[in-house]
Design a binder for this molecule. Structure first.
Ligand code: ATP
Length: 773
């Protein structure tokens, strides 16, 4: 038994940290405020909320209030910003900032965490650069004395990017952008069904004055027919091109047309492209019954998605660490995320680079504008183009480089499997490859000769896959069975259909299957073909990646379930829900969901459950309910992974809590079960499925023309694609199998998220507990 390492408070000067939200609100801002407040208190600092953005900073007084631990209870799940936001003209002028500086000194605040868009962060940077001058002026005008300002020579500012537009350079995502994308995709999915019924066209306008991220991602996630974004305006003859693409899709049998127009869309000469202009074209030139849908402020609202709750929480935690570690020389940071890694970047540079995008667009230097967005943006754009546009003769490979690619799903269904398959099919067709579905996993192939009426091996046509972008489940059928059930038959089927590359989508079984095929190469030469595993499982337990498609959909389903449970307790206020999560031997889902909802405790198989742990947590619950004055608004949640303990089931834990809490609080257990697989896949799973699907196919086709022996000798001929830290990588199976896989427990040896469990504990104020193993 070892004690958990709930992080001890950081060393450093004890600070008074102000936190504010500014500019347009975005879902997730509350999670950031909660994390800053609690992390500050955990580190023996004081936390102050500055209400209504810079307005509160300029006005001072009651607009700047000290925050206690309980004041931010329940914040994670709330949309918008509970401490208010505003656009403040006074702060744009020096006298306003002078007043703001005085208010900070009077309140004794020496560090400021600001969550807002590029405008807010520009203001923050200006404030910091003027700080000493402002203090001097306050002394010169006798508003403050030298003694007053002496402890405040350096103001630390940390930026958190809260914006639905995802418009700040140097970060892959801003707090709120994925929630907004979810809202948009929900709307497009709804419009989709009616469009299909009536064979209509819809032009949908989405937000983004200078940034086309929302429009681009909507296009990728929904398989829209055409998109307009400011960074990459359409070609000179776009009217013609758009109508041609749309007509081509219709000729292939598509019954609906969706065009996404970004608010800031324009042509190559910066002439605005309006939804009305697009609608007129589609009606008159393409002869389609066309409607316009403008989503407006719906896009800003609602509860934050799981990702935004997690991102804002982790960034809030990092912001406090940045404050604690800052020296007078440290430049102001902005907290960013690159793929899966939280990083600090220079606030000054991020703001400058963001402004440069707008300047590049104004100068019609669109290549530069694309370059200045993160690399991911350009990749998504290319993936969108290649998987959507019809007729791209320039992309066709010469006959000799075209391959027959087998696509197979293995394991339980996970959100995004179909989106990945659709992307792979579209990519194959654009390049001249033949996409072949291997239906119902390996058992499907093994049964192939006997009882599959249609045959398990079928070419996929464009129209078959076109509608799969947003579909949950597995359209080509999935199965847990492994090729080792009958390697010989699998090999015969590969030979018979001349499968020259294999794209495997699935979880730990998919990984195991490819491992078996790789080892089977010694006996069966038909397996000497390139193979890629795209991890897709809600458990996110595939070695070689920190992210599996489907896991985000699962987290969203789970937080929805938890939010509903918690709300059901709002009348009694004193109820503890003990909820069982899936995840097999990996506590990932439980931990990240715990981070996203602010769970009181998370029990994982990695740590196990023991009586001392339960005892301490019950004591903690007593304390929490004693202090709760209604801020929690609802019940408390404990998440328990299905394999955390062989003894303590959720029912037993709930009964123990109820027994201990008699008269003070009650307890219920819940098992969401397969609900966690979600219904419609989340936009994040869908867009990543497309991006990774395209990348996987590019990898497979790089082996075209190579001999079987050359392929066999190349470790990169069997790979798993995944995110590791700040990178997207292909890792050779051989290495991952030997070095990174815990075969017994079916999970990676090093689970990147283990430290995050400590963060859940710190933010819920959980006392140090003792692990079982
Ligand atoms: P969104 O992305 O939603 O537009 P934002 O933070 O960019 O959010 P803005 O309205 O541009 O929103 O800025 C919010 C506030 O930040 C402004 O009302 C103002 O108080 C302050 N601010 C913006 N730019 C500056 C600046 N150049 N100097 C000082 N303060 C500024």
């Amino acid at each position: 038994m070892a004690p958990t390492n709930t992080p001890a408070p950081l060393e450093g000067k004890k600070r008074r940290i102000g936190v504010m939200t500014s500019g347009g609100d975005s879902p997730g801002m509350n999670g950031a405020v909660r994390a800053v407040v609690r992390m500050a208190i955990h580190n023996k600092c004081e936390a102050y909320a500055i209400y209504e953005g810079y307005d509160g900073l300029v006005k001072g007084g009651d607009m700047i209030k000290q925050m206690e631990w309980e004041d931010v209870r329940g914040f994670c799940s709330e949309g918008g910003t509970l401490i208010g936001t505003a656009r403040c003209m006074e702060f744009m002028q020096r006298p306003g900032r002078l007043q703001a500086a005085k208010n900070l000194v009077v309140k004794g605040i020496d560090a400021l965490v600001i969550c807002g868009g590029d405008g807010s962060l520009t203001g923050a940077d200006k404030f910091r650069s003027e700080w000493q001058g402002l203090l001097k002026e306050l002394v010169d005008t006798k508003e403050l004395t030298d003694t007053d300002i002496e402890p405040f020579q350096h103001l630390n500012i940390v930026g958190l990017v809260g914006s639905i537009d995802n418009d700040l350079s140097m970060t892959d995502a801003t707090i709120g952008c994925y929630s907004s994308l979810a809202r948009i995709c929900e709307a497009v999915d709804s419009v989709d069904t009616t469009a299909t019924s009536h064979q209509r066209a819809f032009v949908i306008e989405v937000m983004g004055r200078h940034c086309g991220w929302l429009a681009l991602m909507t296009g990728v996630a929904t398989g829209a027919d055409f998109i307009f974004i400011p960074e990459e305006p359409p070609k000179e003859n776009w009217e013609e091109e758009m109508c041609q693409i749309v007509k081509k899709h219709r000729a292939l049998g598509k019954r609906k047309t969706i065009v996404i127009v970004c608010e800031g869309a324009h042509d190559q000469n910066l002439k605005k492209i309006t939804p009305t202009a697009v609608k007129d074209l589609l009606s008159k030139k393409a002869g389609l019954d066309t409607r316009i849908t403008t989503l407006g402020h719906v896009q800003r609202g609602g509860t934050p998605s799981a990702y935004d709750r997690m991102l804002s929480t982790l960034q809030g935690v990092e912001a406090v660490k940045a404050v604690m570690e800052a020296t007078p020389e440290t430049p102001s940071p902005v907290i960013c995320i690159v793929e899966n890694k939280i990083v600090r970047r220079s606030l000054l540079e991020a703001v400058a680079q963001t402004k440069e995008v707008a300047t590049a667009i104004e100068a019609k230097d669109f290549d530069r504008a694309m370059e200045l967005r993160d690399a991911e943006f350009a990749e998504y754009y290319k993936a969108y183009q290649i998987t959507t546009a019809a007729d791209q003769p320039e992309l066709m490979l010469p006959e000799k480089d075209r391959m027959r690619i087998g696509i197979i799903h293995v394991g339980a269904p996970a959100g995004g499997m179909n989106a990945a398959t659709r992307a792979a099919v579209a990519y194959c067709l654009a390049r001249g490859h033949t996409p072949i579905a291997l239906h119902n996993g390996f058992p499907g192939l093994i049964r192939h000769h006997s009882d599959e009426p249609l045959g398990a091996v079928r070419e996929i046509k464009w129209l078959d896959a076109e509608g799969w972008a947003s579909k949950g489940g597995s359209e080509i059928g999935t199965n847990r069975g492994l090729p080792s059930e009958n390697l010989e038959v699998v090999s015969k089927v590969f030979d018979k259909y001349n499968i020259q590359g294999l794209f495997v989508v699935g979880g730990f079984e998919a990984f195991t299957a490819v491992s078996e095929l790789r080892k089977g190469r010694d006996h069966y030469s038909s397996f000497k073909i390139p193979m890629v595993v795209l991890p897709a499982t809600i458990s996110n337990n595939v070695p070689g990646t920190e992210y599996s498609i489907g896991s985000d959909t699962c987290l969203n389903a789970l937080i929805q379930y938890c939010d509903a449970c918690r709300q059901s307790a709002s009348a009694s206020r004193r109820r503890v829900f003990v909820i069982e999560t899936q995840g097999g031997e990996s506590g990932y889902i439980a931990t990240i969901a715990g981070l996203s909802i602010g769970a009181l405790a998370v029990y994982t198989p990695e740590d196990g459950i023991n009586i001392k742990m339960l005892d301490k947590d019950i004591d903690h619950l007593r304390e929490v309910f004693l202090k709760d004055k209604g801020q929690g608004r609802a019940g408390k949640i404990i998440l328990v992974n299905e394999k955390a303990s062989k003894v303590y089931s959720v029912q037993i834990i709930a009964d123990m809590i109820a027994e201990a809490g008699k008269g003070k609080f009650e307890s219920r257990h819940g098992v969401p079960g397969h609900f966690q697989q979600g219904t419609t896949p989340s936009p994040m799973d869908r867009v990543r499925a497309v991006r990774f699907g395209v990348k996987s196919l590019q990898h497979l086709e790089s082996f075209a023309g190579k001999s079987k022996d050359e392929i066999d000798e190349d470790p990169l001929s069997t790979v798993v694609i995944g995110i590791k830290g700040a990178k997207v990588l292909f890792s050779p199976m051989d290495t991952v199998e030997k070095k990174e896989t815990d075969w017994k427990l079916r999970r990676p040896k090093n689970e990147f998220w283990m430290d995050l469990k400590d963060t859940v504990d710190v933010l819920s104020g959980r006392p140090k507990v003792t692990k079982s193993h």
